[in-house]
Design a protein around this ligand. Structure first.
Ligand SMILES: CC(C)(COP(=O)(O)OP(=O)(O)OC[C@H]1O[C@@H](n2cnc3c(N)ncnc32)[C@H](O)[C@@H]1OP(=O)(O)O)[C@@H](O)C(=O)NCCC(=O)NCCS
Length: 433
């Protein structure tokens, strides 16, 4: 098989758990007017069509600020904003409705494409737009009259759910209607966030107009978002995404993703690869270290078997691992065990053995090994152990860098020394705590 064929097969297999995971789940996806006007928009539509074909229940929410600005400019109307919101007076309401309506038609048309030789070939997406969002006026705030600018009063979840259940993709605009029959110009991102919350969506996906800053974290919890917002480092759209993501997570949306729409394929990379391409916000850390449980045995075996075959780790059977699982600490990343280490105490000698330290090859050189060993050392101190030892054949220098010193068989607890494997000829290292 050729290298690129092998890569395709590997990629497909790696994506399979995500395909299963996302099927029948509700994703609310927000993209701005600028994204619609960009050259990459067709590709984004193709990627959304793939999600639809894979059984994701899609609610798309679009913004229209760029197109409304153009329209208002064309009509020589002076735009007014207050606190980042457009003041939609009587004069600008018409252009707002026209710009938003036009975009709806454009998006529906793109979603209908099913020409041969395009990624949409064979796709059949039925799109549905309607009066799903009930709005109310923002009113007069601090003496500023927002006129036809409004906020979400209610999301008609039953109506949206029945469309999704019928296999339709729901398209929401930034316009809402009041029970008095008026039209209100809404903030599209608020529409997306409130809709995701009301539907109890699995995901709220917020497409950012610019590449995310290089040092922007790949995962965030709500507490970390608070810290970032406090530092006021990310003004503008990104800060708005962060605020909305935090609100959505606090109100029950499982995960939020902030993705750069300019990066071609970013949506697919984010949803079908473990490392993603944007920022994931979830209530609990995406990756974390914890004590292993019996349910981790399969994951640990998968991690250590290749290393056992290379002779780096001593072979352990499933049964042995099940018996010893309480000694193991693991790092789990998005449901997969990517690192492990074990601490075996010899209480009488106040000693402990560190063993089976392993980090998945894709996740090395990021201090995970070091953090695991540090964690076990802390554990050992809590258990009042006086020193730790390790037997290693090829990782001696790594342990020396963690502060372990060469030692001899006589330094081991007698019980452990009697089990020393003379064939393996491991080197012994010790660290006093
Ligand atoms: C050893 C191991 C746990 C380190 O995990 P890690 O998360 O990459 O470790 P860290 O990020 O804390 O440290 C990485 C550093 O250690 C170095 N390192 C990795 N393996 C090493 C080895 N065998 N000997 C010396 N240095 C080593 C790396 O080169 C890197 O150094 P650099 O940053 O200067 O390039 C990982 O490489 C592994 O799983 N190896 C195979 C299993 C094994 O040998 N386990 C020990 C058995 S007791």
């Amino acid at each position: 098989m050729k290298a690129d064929q092998i890569n395709i097969v590997r990629w497909f297999r790696d994506a399979a758990p995500y395909i299963n995971q996302h099927r029948d789940k509700t994703f609310v996806v927000y993209f701005s007017g600028a994204a619609i006007a960009s050259r990459g928009f067709d590709n984004l539509i193709h990627d959304l069509a793939i999600l639809h074909a894979l059984g994701v229940r899609l609610v798309l929410v679009y913004g229209a600020r760029t197109q409304i600005d153009d329209r208002i400019h064309l009509e020589n109307i002076i735009p007014y904003f207050a606190h980042g919101l457009r003041i939609t007076d009587d004069k600008s309401l018409g252009p707002v409705i026209e710009a938003v309506g036009r975009l709806r038609v454009i998006i529906e048309a793109r979603l209908s494409l099913s020409l041969a030789n395009t990624p949409m070939s064979g796709s059949r997406i039925r799109v549905c737009s309607g009066n799903f969002i009930t709005a109310r006026p923002l009113g007069v705030i601090n003496g500023i009259d927002y006129h036809h600018t409004g906020e979400v009063r209610k999301v008609q979840t039953d109506a949206i759910e029945s469309q999704l259940a019928a296999g339709q993709c729901v398209l929401l605009s930034p316009l809402g209607y009041s029970p008095t029959g008026e039209v209100f110009n809404l903030n599209a991102e608020e529409v997306a966030t409130r809709t995701a919350i009301a539907l109890g969506a699995s995901k709220l996906i917020l497409m950012n107009d610019k590449p995310l800053p290089e040092d922007f974290p790949a995962q965030l919890t709500p507490a970390q978002i608070d810290e970032l917002l406090l530092a006021d480092q990310f003004p503008g759209m990104l800060a708005t995404h962060l605020r909305n993501a935090r609100t959505a997570i606090a109100d029950g949306v499982q995960r939020c993703h902030i993705i750069d729409h300019e990066l071609d394929g970013s949506l697919l990379l984010e949803l079908f690869t473990r490392d993603g391409a944007g920022t994931l916000i979830s209530a609990h850390a995406f990756e974390g270290m914890r004590q292993a449980t019996i349910n981790d045995v399969g994951g640990i075996l998968e991690l250590i078997e290749p290393l056992e075959q290379q002779g780096l780790l001593v072979r352990r059977s499933r049964e042995q691992l099940e018996l010893e699982i309480a000694h193991f600490t693991v790092i789990e990343r998005d449901g997969k065990i990517i690192a492990c280490a074990a601490l075996y105490p010899y209480t009488a000698e106040k000693a402990g053995e560190i063993a089976c330290v392993a980090v998945h090859p894709d996740y090395r050189q990021d201090r995970r090994g070091e953090r695991l060993v540090e964690y076990l050392e802390k554990e050992a101190r809590l258990q009042r152990l006086k020193y730790l030892f390790v037997l290693s054949t090829q990782t001696m220098h790594w342990f020396m860098e963690q502060g372990y010193q060469p030692a001899s068989l006589d330094d081991l607890p007698v019980e452990r020394a009697s089990l020393y494997n003379y064939q393996r000829q491991s080197k012994i290292f010790i660290k006093h705590l």
